[in-house]
Design a protein around this ligand. Structure first.
Ligand code: SF4
Ligand code: SF4
Length: 69
């Protein structure tokens, strides 16, 4: 079963905890700033998310969703 991860940019404060937590290197930080001056996290194109939920668990702002596809 494939999984996908979505970052809810409006809730992300750019702490990078999810980047460190992901064992598959799925998440990176965007180069572009949001309206409040934050570089939000984003999934890398074509990265293979396993649905382990580690990123979801460490995010302090509930800014990550994971679902099966
Ligand atoms: S669910 Fe697991 S594999 Fe997928 S992005 Fe989060 S930490 Fe990485
Ligand atoms: S852990 Fe949450 S708040 Fe921190 S960069 Fe990742 S998505 Fe954003």
């Amino acid at each position: 079963m494939a999984h996908q991860v979505r970052i809810l940019t409006e809730y992300c404060k750019g702490c990078e905890l999810c980047v460190s937590a992901c064992p598959k290197g799925v998440i990176e930080m965007s180069d572009e700033l949001t309206a409040i001056g934050v570089r939000p996290a984003r999934p890398k194109p074509d990265a293979a998310c396993t649905g382990c939920t580690l990123c979801y668990q460490v995010c302090p702002d509930a800014a990550i969703e994971i679902w099966e596809s």
